[in-house]
Design a protein around this ligand. Structure first.
Ligand code: HEM
Length: 139
């Protein structure tokens, strides 16, 4: 953190959410990109859509160049108070935790795949066996 840098709450930053007044949060730092909106190679809309949240992942997903990261410093206005950020998305890997239920239903499907033909076979065999037994004798 830069010395004497201002610390903003999430609510304060989230108010600046349109194309006349646009602040974004990347890596815990707050940037006032209002004057950069029209010059942004990714378009003004990308920046406006990145307001009101932690835009770190959006920013990183684009794979911004080193010169873009250098450029950012011109728009730095302070730090975000991380305790006030709701619905934080910073570097979480929550997608991996959702794999377990899918995995278990996959196992059930595999078991059914083998069990079903066996059941049909058993049923056909039983039908033949009992079918023969109940036939009236032809003699
Ligand atoms: C102060 C913050 C930002 C600066 C200074 C900045 C700067 C730049 C620059 C210089 C480029 C051209 C490509 C490069 O050199 O990397 C670019 C492209 C782009 N940026 Fe940003 N950007 C910022 C924030 C964001 C955010 C928050 C988003 C949200 C998604 C975003 C989305 C994009 C997109 C979609 C492109 C176009 C990529 C392409 O067409 O290949 N940028 N930005």
């Amino acid at each position: 953190m830069a010395p004497n840098s201002k610390v903003y709450t999430y609510d304060e930053v989230a108010k600046h959410n349109h194309n006349k007044d646009c602040w974004i949060v990347v890596h815990g730092k707050v940037y006032d990109v209002t004057s950069f909106l029209l010059a942004h190679p990714g378009g003004d809309e990308a920046l406006v859509l990145a307001t009101g949240k932690d835009a770190t992942i959006d920013f990183e997903d684009v794979g911004h160049s080193d010169s873009a990261v250098e450029d950012m410093q011109k728009y730095y206005v302070g730090e975000i108070d991380t305790n006030t950020v709701t619905g934080k998305v910073d570097n979480s890997t929550s997608t991996t935790t959702q794999a377990a239920p899918n995995e278990s239903s996959g196992i059930v499907l595999k078991v059914l795949q083998y069990l079903l033909p066996l059941l049909i076979l058993g049923f056909a065999y039983a039908l033949q066996y009992y079918g023969k037994g109940s036939k009236p004798s032809e003699s």
